[in-house]
Design a binder for this molecule. Structure first.
Ligand SMILES: [Zn+2]
Length: 106
């Protein structure tokens, strides 16, 4: 991936993981990943509108998934998409935890 694209993704995210809001500057031991929101194995592209900045934990946890079973409704639900979903509409910071407050409806 072109370094210019990587830098644009980092700048757009403000050097914060777009899934958990962890700040890159506090993680000098690990550089955040440029993640494909829609994975390449599901025909995701390397276009800016399909890329996001993710910490290693979030990137590994999400993996190539696009959806999961909502534990409340037991329905297949799209995962949070940082390109189209607003973080504050789906999550809430509570002390040291992130709480899901609504399913993604992308
Ligand atoms: Zn993260």
């Amino acid at each position: 991936m072109d370094e210019t694209i990587r830098n644009l993704v980092r700048q757009r995210a403000g050097n914060v993981c777009e899934y958990c809001r962890l700040i890159q500057a506090g993680q000098a031991w690990a550089r955040f990943h440029i993640e494909h929101v829609r994975p390449r194995q599901h025909q995701g592209t390397g276009d800016l509108d399909n890329l996001c900045l993710a910490c290693g934990h979030c990137n590994r946890y999400k993996g190539p998934n696009l959806a999961s079973i909502d534990p409340v409704t037991n329905e297949l639900t799209p995962l949070f998409n940082p390109r189209i979903d607003r973080w504050a509409e789906h999550f809430l910071l509570s002390e040291h935890s992130i709480l899901g407050v609504s399913p993604s409806v992308a």
